[in-house]
Write a protein that binds this ligand. Structure first.
Ligand code: BTN
Length: 148
């Protein structure tokens, strides 16, 4: 005779597992990158837009670092479990702007990882110096503490 209870258990696990994995890779929360910079991302709205704050560990300037605002959006908030996203940091303590673009992945240990590339635009005095105004790089972020 077929055992109904284990069958139901397997069935319900099969139904629940995908939704559990899609709960990963929501950007809301606190993150740290490979330079030691921290960012906090607020709840996403229904369009996938978010705001937050960024505390960089490094600067290209001699200015005193201050926590700066960020604004961005995440793609396909209800569909893709490893979504792409982008955000802009408008630095409070310099004339620069950084844009980040990236994708959230879940690694082999089930931990979220944000793989990003960035462009840092600094202000220069005149257009002859434009050639040296933009830096490019990569940053990898990991979650600092679990979402509430
Ligand atoms: C500036 O120096 O004018 C502003 C701070 C820039 C910090 C950059 S942005 C890209 C890279 N990733 C970080 O976490 N910090 C640096």
């Amino acid at each position: 005779m077929v055992q109904v209870t284990p069958l139901l258990l397997v069935l319900s696990l099969a139904l629940v597992a995908p939704s559990l994995s899609t709960r990963k890779c929501v950007l809301t929360g606190r993150w740290i990158n490979d330079l030691g910079s921290n960012m906090t991302i607020s709840n996403l709205n229904e369009k996938g837009e978010f705001s937050g704050s960024y505390h960089t560990a490094v600067t290209a300037t001699t200015n005193k670092i201050q926590v700066s605002p960020l604004q961005g959006s995440q793609h396909n908030i209800n569909e893709n479990s490893q979504p792409t996203f982008g955000f802009t940091v408008n630095w409070s303590f310099s004339e620069s702007i950084t844009v980040f673009t990236g994708q959230c992945f879940v690694d082999e240990n089930g931990r979220e990882i944000l793989k990003t590339m960035w462009l840092l635009r600094s202000s220069v005095d005149n257009s002859r110096d434009d050639w040296k105004a933009t830096r490019v790089g990569i940053n990898i972020f990991r979650r600092l503490s679990s979402r509430k």
